[in-house]
Design a protein around this ligand. Structure first.
Ligand SMILES: C[S@@+](CC[C@H](N)C(=O)[O-])C[C@H]1O[C@@H](n2cnc3c(N)ncnc32)[C@H](O)[C@@H]1O
Length: 228
């Protein structure tokens, strides 16, 4: 890779105080999102899987910019990303969201209903690979990957053909707690393998001629790739 010299130096580290400022500088979450965040915090350790609120706002914005009518949300959990994406849909559009478990479906649905978007969200229970392989090719405006990290490479391979030209492939956790820089530093075998997979995923997107890709340091890393 060509070195960019001093051009690559400017980068502001995000500590907790800076993140607080960053959050206060975004449109604040509305009562439905605030409620979903609070209720998700009560589910226990799994609550850490929820997308950060600033990212949910970004998802809404990107869906709007893509004039999306067909969105695929991979990894439902308590439904914040599906809710945010549904809020960005163009009239008549829908979000297909999938998860391997329906443990948190009632909580998600309650908030989709409160937000008035439940009729625009279709939940599919089952492995994401199966859900993606059953969808029609070339019709998705936006696909958001946020499920099991070990399968990101196969999700990417399935997802790109599903996108229309100009469609967006979004991916969360692409920095994987920073371990993508050195997977050997990860605390256990699973995390190490996830970090290695994420490195493969990131490298594949960056060199895929079908895509224009940018990785943003939002939360745990967020990639936006546009299909040409
Ligand atoms: C990080 S969470 C998703 C967070 C969610 N996007 C949100 O807005 O808060 C990851 C989800 O992926 C689900 N998952 C794990 N393995 C999966 C698989 N093979 N297929 C589909 N979903 C899976 C988990 O059950 C979990 O709910």
């Amino acid at each position: 890779m060509t070195s960019l010299g001093s051009a690559e130096v400017k980068h502001v580290p995000i500590n907790q105080a800076m993140r607080g400022y960053l959050l206060r500088s975004c449109t604040p979450p509305d009562p439905v999102v605030s409620s979903l965040v609070q209720r998700t915090l009560t589910v226990g350790a799994a609550s850490g899987m929820m997308v950060p609120v600033e990212q949910s706002t970004l998802l809404t914005l990107l869906a709007k910019l893509a004039s999306a009518t067909m969105i695929v949300d991979v990894g439902t959990f308590t439904g914040l990303s599906a809710l945010a994406l549904a809020r960005g849909l163009a009239p008549g559009g829908k979000v297909i969201t999938c998860d391997v478990t329906d443990t948190w479906f009632d909580l998600a649905k309650e908030h989709w209903e409160q937000a008035g978007v439940a009729d625009r969200i279709e939940f599919r229970l089952g492995p994401a690979g199966k859900t993606l392989s059953e969808l029609p090719q070339g019709e998705a405006d936006l696909i958001f990957l946020d499920a099991d990290k070990m399968n990101y490479v196969s999700y990417y391979q399935l997802a790109v053909p599903l996108l229309r030209g100009g469609g967006l492939l979004l991916a969360d956790n692409v920095l994987l707690d920073g371990y993508v820089m050195d997977p050997e530093l990860a605390e256990n075998t699973l995390m190490r393998r996830c970090a290695e997979t994420m490195r493969t995923f990131n490298a594949a997107l960056a060199t895929d001629d079908r895509l224009e890709t940018v990785m943003l340091p939002v939360a745990d890393g967020f990639t936006i790739a546009r299909k040409k």
